[in-house]
Structures are given as structure tokens and as C-alpha cells.
Design a protein around this ligand. Structure first.
Ligand code: SAM
Length: 191
């Protein structure tokens, strides 16, 4: 890993989460949905920083790694032998499989009247755009969307392009709450 990349993805991720948690009071009865969980590092951060018994944490992933190449990173990268991470917390659950096979069924089974915090960390254009378009009818004003790998020199045509294409088509009004250095991550709120 180059020095530049280490700086870019270093402690800033948790700083951005902490800023959001504090500014938007996300330590209450939120539904946290993470698309791209892998070993569960960021999923755990949100679990550890929210103790509200009414909050829910739902992780979506194949757990067999990226379903297609992500530029120079081959299909299967981030694989966890098909198994979600183990958390001893009844508030969390995992939907194992491709988003296209799990998300519609999950949404048909679960409604949520409270605030949603959606963390998009699936790296790929196809995956990110699929989640945005499928989840959109279940989102509401005030919901927060966090985009990882938003603006990167290594992968310029993935998350940023999905974001751009989605909002060009759906035109949902939003405001940017915070970005990390170089725009590597961005968090928005629907308004
Ligand atoms: C960068 S990793 C997630 C990292 C994680 N948030 C962390 O804290 O380390 C990206 C994950 O997205 C998952 N993924 C990408 N596209 C997917 C899709 N269409 N369906 C299910 N999982 C997908 C991959 O399996 C991979 O585990």
C-alpha cells in the first residue's frame, strides 16, 4: 500500500462516522444498512457506537467477495468463505447473497418508519447503482447515505458514476453533510 493511499483511507473513515453520529444524532433508533460488509470492520463501528435497543443493523453481502473485477482488483476480493462476521448482538442480522437476490425480498419483509443510515461500500458501479435504485422507494427525508470510495484515482468510474447517474435520473434532493479528504468518502442527507 502506498503512503498516499494509507493517508487517504487511514483514520479519516472513523472520524467521518463520528462526525455524522454526533451532528445528526445517529445514536438512537436508526436502521443501519450496510451494503458491502466483508469482515465487518465498519459494521462493527456502528454497532459499537449505538446502544439503543430499538436500533437495527442489517448487513448485505455475498461474503464470497466482489462479484466482478473492480478494475485491478479481481472478482472474489474481500471474500470471507461465504460467512458473515459473528456479532453477539441481537440487533444485527445479515442478508447473504447478491444484492439483487436479497434486497427486494428483505424490503418486502421489513418496513421501517424511523431513520435509515445507509452505508454503500460495495465498490462496484453495478452494485451501487442497483442498491440506490432498489432502495429508493423505502427511503425518506432525513435519511443518511454514506458513500465509500466515492472519488478515487484508482476507481473513478464506479461509486461516483453510480451516484451521478442515480441522481441525474431520480433527482432526489439532498445536501452534502461531510466529505473526507480528497472526497474519498461522502455523506449526504435526503432533504
Ligand atoms: C470493500 S468490501 C466492504 C468492506 C467493509 N465495509 C469493511 O468494513 O471492511 C466490499 C464488499 O462488497 C460486496 N459486494 C459487492 N457487490 C456486491 C453485490 N452485488 N452483492 C453482494 N455483495 C456485494 C463484496 O462481497 C465485498 O465484501
Amino acid at each position: 500500500m502506498s503512503r498516499h493511499r494509507a493517508l487517504e483511507v487511514g483514520p479519516e473513515r472513523e472520524d467521518l462516522f463520528a462526525y455524522l453520529l454526533d451532528k445528526l444524532k445517529l445514536d438512537g433508533a436508526i436502521r443501519y444498512m450496510e451494503f458491502g460488509v466483508a469482515g465487518g470492520t465498519t459494521f462493527r463501528w456502528w454497532l459499537d457506537h449505538n446502544s439503543d435497543p430499538a436500533a437495527r443493523f442489517v448487513g448485505f453481502d455475498t461474503f464470497t467477495g466482489l462479484p466482478e473485477d473492480w478494475d485491478d482488483m479481481p472478482q472474489g476480493t474481500f471474500g470471507q468463505q461465504g460467512k458473515p462476521p459473528a456479532f453477539d448482538d441481537p440487533r444485527c442480522s445479515f442478508e447473504v447473497g447478491l444484492f439483487k437476490d436479497t434486497l427486494p425480498a428483505y424490503l418486502a419483509r421489513h418496513t421501517w418508519a424511523g431513520a435509515n443510515v445507509v452505508h454503500l461500500d460495495a465498490d462496484l458501479y453495478s452494485s451501487t447503482l442497483y442498491v440506490l435504485t432498489t432502495l429508493w422507494p423505502a427511503l425518506q427525508k432525513g435519511d443518511v447515505l454514506i458513500f465509500d470510495d466515492f472519488c478515487t484515482l484508482e476507481h473513478p468510474t464506479h461509486v461516483f458514476r453510480a451516484f451521478f447517474d442515480f441522481f441525474a435520473a431520480y433527482q432526489g434532493p439532498y445536501e452534502v453533510i461531510v466529505t473526507s479528504r480528497y472526497g474519498h468518502r461522502v455523506a449526504i442527507k435526503l432533504v
